[in-house]
Design a protein around this ligand. Structure first.
Ligand SMILES: [Zn+2]
Length: 199
């Protein structure tokens, strides 16, 4: 079971704000001395996530290497929600059911979740799982997705393909990212993260 509440300092990294006025109430009051507190918490606090998911500490390290809201979302989809690269790259916008109640969308699953569906995709992304399944996502993933959709809207407006994760920084803009792009992103971040935690 994924913890519903992300720690405030992870929220803060997600938002990258020096000023906390725009932060949700959950993340306010954490701005001052963040670096100091981050170090202290890493010593004191055990990761609260499930064993097969990246710890908050690892996610923080990977966030440090992210250059965009999209990359942070990829980190969380893989590291926090537990999606495989092919599954993340194959997601459609309509697969994201992020409200507590999705019945208006014709779905009876409760809480925020993602539908992982096996399809023939032009970007060769596909889920290795034959059966479609539902993956619950936590508040952090929902927030990261919101921020990514704003970033995407800035570049593409409401256009682009129906794929969730698309090119925003290289041509062809709006075309789906490949599973390989998710891989190199994750690998690069893993390397950068390791470098920054072991100076
Ligand atoms: Zn649903």
């Amino acid at each position: 079971m994924i913890s519903k509440k992300a720690p405030a300092w992870v929220m803060e990294l997600l938002y990258e704000l020096g000023d906390d006025r725009d932060l949700p109430a959950q993340a306010r009051g954490e701005s001052e001395g963040m670096r100091y507190r981050l170090r202290a918490r890493h010593r004191l606090q055990e990761p609260e996530t499930a064993v097969d998911r990246a710890s908050d500490q690892e996610i923080v390290a990977m966030f440090g290497a992210c250059r965009s809201a999209r990359d942070r979302l990829i980190v969380l989809l893989l590291g926090r929600a537990g999606l495989r690269r092919g599954q993340a790259a194959g997601l459609r916008r309509s697969d994201m059911h992020l409200l507590m109640d999705s019945r208006a969308l014709g779905c009876a699953v409760e809480g925020a979740h993602v539908h992982v569906v096996r399809r023939e995709n032009p970007n060769r992304a596909y889920s290795k799982s034959r059966k479609a399944f539902v993956l619950p996502v936590d508040f952090l993933v929902v927030q990261a997705l919101d921020l990514y959709m704003m970033e995407r809207h800035d570049v593409l407006g409401s256009g682009g393909s129906d794929f969730l994760l698309v090119n925003l920084f290289r041509q062809p803009l709006g075309s789906p990212v490949t599973p390989e792009a998710c891989r190199s992103e994750a690998d690069r971040q893993a390397c950068d993260g390791a470098a920054s935690t072991h100076p």
